[in-house]
Design a protein around this ligand. Sequence first.
Ligand code: AMP
Ligand code: ZN
Length: 451
Amino acid sequence: MLKFYNSLTRQLEEVPSHENKTVKMYSCGPTVYYYPHIGNFRAYLFMDNIRRVLKYNGFHIDGVMNITDVGHLTSDADEGEDKMLVASQREHKSPWEIAKFYTNVFMENAKKLNIDLPEHIVPATSVINEMIEFVKVLIGKGFAYETSKGIYFDIAKFPEYGALSGMDIHEKLAGARIAVDDEKHSPYDFVLWVKAPKEHIMQWDSPWGRGYPGWHIECSVIGDKYLGETIDIHTGGVDHKPVHHENEIAQSNCRYGHQVVKMWMHLEFLQIDGGKMSKSLKNIYTIADLEKKGFSAEDFRFFYFLAHYSKQQNFTFDALEMAKNTLKSIKNLAKEHQNGTAHVDTTKFEDEFLESINDNLNMPKAIACVLKMLREERSSDVYSTLMKFNQVLGLNFDEEEIPAEIKDLAQKRWEAKKARDFATADSLRNQISALGYEIKDEKDAYKILKK
Ligand code: AMP
Ligand code: ZN
């Protein structure tokens, strides 16, 4: 039986779904103000993991992820500057150019990691009108109020505030030592809409004058627009539990008068060398940094499987090297099994694999099962079962077989095509075809297939 841990109820539960076994799933997406690091990608590999395991169990997914391109301040609460504006000043580009550039970087990396992306990927700035409407409803129902600085959510009107992270907001309020804005009813009231000073670059018309949205409202609004008023699973990193997700719950549940998200799933952080990633320690790595050191995005994908998502995972280059070597041996063994003639009954492995992934995504156990199965006599039965498991693992077993010469020709063809030198591109395609391979073009990439 498929069960995931619900951080809200703090127990393992059956996965909720809509009709036709469709799971409506929302994932908090990236803030596109800088290069995403491998910690961020642990969060999206987690999303990928959930999606693939659901599909393996016969569910369909209607998934949504936001792209934060406005409103996320340098602190997750309402303090500091908008991250997009800081980036815009740093790089002397408009916030729109910044968002476009880093969204592309994110998508390219996600593709390299073979992340099964959600059906809808939605920038916050594409739903400004919907956000205004949502805030209007909250004001209308008495959950929000206006000050000279903006529109605030009145947390005193939502007694369940804090349930997700287990904080007693009333106790916290009594001992509050944070700066009090005189106009706010309580220091923990958070902003829904900010009244913008004239010089603020990103601003829109609203019933409350020119302004921009607070960070939290986008997720409630995008979830509402694309998935409706009942969402089965909502994912994000643990850092989002105490502020961002509490605020999302408050906004959405008060808008509808019922619980909107049924199951919350949180991922623990990736640590580096046993500690936090930080700029001062110069230990923030991107996928490109790993590549420069001779690792592939897929090596990092495999590394993700080696720890449970609910535990912190410690990243070191030695550990990544071990992951890389294990992945290599899995691929080599897969090749040996592909043409193996022995008969192996793989039922017990199939059962164990399914039991592991369905036990709240126990990927380390699922990988141990794969390794055990690969030690069997060489058999195409094992290979077929491995390919079935690969619906969850998402590893690339084809590319390994492609000779370097073909890869080289394919890359030259791709470059010729991009340079619009179609004659050269066609002639290279013919050459590749004569060697027994074909190229399949996708939007911003290509695949090499054996004919
Ligand atoms: P951001 O782009 O800052 O909004 O973060 C995107 C996602 O990455 C969020 O879901 C965060 O919780 C997650 N995240 C940030 N740092 C880490 C980390 N070190 N390990 C795992 N997830 C992280
Ligand atoms: Zn969010």
